[in-house]
Design a protein around this ligand. Structure first.
Ligand code: UD1
Ligand code: CA
Length: 489
């Protein structure tokens, strides 16, 4: 559906109600069920995101178990602008059933217009399916519609009951169903669209007369019909979209499906993924066409990988920007930026605030943190760069340490343009090595080095002749030294 068509929907949904009060016992987790994550978002966030094209006025989440944590999460989503529009929560103190949960939401908000109801534990539902479902509700001028799907194993779900002509009659829960009803494969996905007047009236007539003694939301179908409303069902085709998460195994299954979807979408857009099974990319990460991703790579959070970058094998990238033509292999990059045609790895660890400019290099076994490394500058081997600002065209010799911590506080090191830091230099911060300066290998630099100078800060070497002949007489070293004709004194 195009944007134009969406805008032309003649009446918008006023309110989305998301049911999330269940305790999720089968997860066997201290975390409320809807706060478990797949692809960098909670289950609840995925469901809220799926409703984001519906142009709704209010979204209400019914919380119960783990109320504080779920509410904190909703506040965080709002604060970080990760969800748009009005979102509130209502508290269902006792779990008296899905019908009761919706009653509490309706009482709290006094909502009018069309209401859509979803469960917070079905994160694979797509925007498109919800739009199609709503369009069907409008096209058929229904007062209530339920989203259904045919599945091979309907066990545990509410079954869709129709009459001989195929007209919807109601929904029967597993525990209340006859053998004949249990053989029905069309099930209730738990997603409904209903006019608020019919909904409120039907909710007030719900009675907990069923095997579980709960107020079943599903009973509103027959109630709306008996109140004179027009009811219908919209049968969707992709059963994966309605998979609920009730235990850890289902969580991993849903995660796997999400993972496949994301990789398929990216490949369709021109991203090369050498081994999709071992490539995991979060919902919020953006990968441009022309990126190549090698096996064993993870791209998390709000990362952006620009065209022509090569990621992996075995790269972990989180909340980072990787510019075009850059390469990151066998390395971890967190909250950092890697410039155009820059090189990272193998085996390096870029921590928060690393900014490697274009054509720069962070080579093997290097750790960086809060470090700006200028254009074309190189940190090729075995180095720690913390709290540093490095200019352009500079080379940091192997095994250099930016000594940023005095045991109490962190301090800054400034290294200018075209500097050559000798191998095994300790740069004891705060300290500055100005443009074009050198440091001698093995120096402990505690004072600023002016432009064009070389800082030498190490003991002068002295050779004690014949020491091995005297102190290690008869050793293999002494024999080798003798054979070489080494001076005895
Ligand atoms: C429900 C439907 C069933 C449907 C299935 C789809 C009912 C009676 N049955 O069954 O027809 O096939 O979903 O997955 O509605 N919740 C609350 N408060 C409550 C009870 C539940 O907020 O008092 C929430 C749960 O957290 C969950 C959702 O409602 O997110 C569904 O509840 P659940 O108990 O999982 O219903 P099912 O038995 O799966
Ligand atoms: Ca369920």
């Amino acid at each position: 559906m195009s944007d134009l068509e969406i805008n032309s929907l003649n009446s918008q949904i006023s309110t989305v109600i998301v049911l999330a009060a269940g305790d999720g016992k089968r997860m066997k987790s201290s975390l409320p069920k809807v706060l478990h994550e797949i692809a960098g978002r909670t289950l609840l966030h995925h469901v809220l995101e799926a409703t984001s094209d519906l142009n709704v006025e209010n979204r209400v989440v019914v919380v119960g178990a783990g109320r504080e944590k779920v509410e904190d999460h909703l506040n965080q989503l709002k604060d970080k602008n990760l969800v748009s529009g009005k979102i509130s929560s209502v508290f269902q103190e006792q779990r008296k059933g899905t019908g009761n949960a919706v009653s509490i939401a309706m009482d709290a908000g006094n909502f009018s217009g069309n209401i859509m109801i979803l469960a917070g534990d079905t994160p694979l539902i797509t925007k498109q399916t919800l739009l199609d479902f709503y369009q069907d509700f409008l096209d058929n001028e229904l007062d209530l519609s339920v989203l259904t799907v045919e599945i091979s194993d309907p066990y545990g779900y509410g079954r869709i009951i129709r009459d001989g002509k195929g007209e919807l009659l109601g929904i029967r829960e597993e525990l209340d169903a006859s053998e004949r009803e249990k053989s029905i494969n069309e099930i209730n996905t738990g997603i409904y669209c209903v006019g608020s007047v019919f909904l409120s009236q039907a909710l007030s007539e719900l009675r907990p007369q069923n095997a579980q003694g709960e107020y079943y939301l599903t009973d509103i179908i027959s109630l709306v019909k008996s109140l004179g409303g027009t009811i219908g069902a919209y049968c969707s085709h992709d059963e994966d979209e309605f998979l609920g998460v009730n235990d850890q195994e289902q969580l991993s299954l849903v995660r796997e499906i999400f993972h496949e979807r994301k990789n398929q979408d990216l490949m369709a857009d021109g991203v090369t993924i050498i081994d999709p099974t071992t490539t995991w990319i979060d919902s919020d990460s953006e990968i441009e066409s022309g990126v190549e991703i090698w096996p064993g790579s993870f791209i998390h959070g709000k990362s952006l990988i620009k065209s022509g970058a090569i990621i992996g094998p075995r790269a972990v990238i989180k909340n980072s920007l990787i510019e075009s033509g850059a390469k990151v292999r066998e390395s971890e990059v967190n909250d950092s930026e890697v410039g155009e045609n820059a090189n990272v790895g193998p085996y390096s660890y870029l921590r928060a605030g690393t900014k490697l400019a274009a054509n720069g290099k962070i080579g093997a076994y290097v750790e960086t943190k809060n470090a700006q490394i200028g254009e074309g500058s190189k940190v090729p081997h075995l180095t720690y760069v913390g709290d540093a600002q490095i200019g352009k065209g500079t080379n940091i010799g192997a095994a250099t340490i930016f000594v940023n911590y005095d045991g109490e506080e962190k301090h800054q090191t400034v290294v200018g343009d075209q500097v050559r830091i000798g191998s095994d230099t300790m740069l004891v911060a705060p300290v500055t090595v100005a443009d074009g300066a050198y440091t001698a290998a093995g120096s402990v630099i505690t004072e600023d080095v002016p432009a064009g100078a070389i800082g030498v800060a190490r003991a002068r070497q002295r050779n004690v002749l014949g020491w091995v002949f005297r102190k290690r007489a008869g050793s293999e070293s002494a024999k080798a030294a003798k054979a070489a004709g080494g001076p005895e004194s």
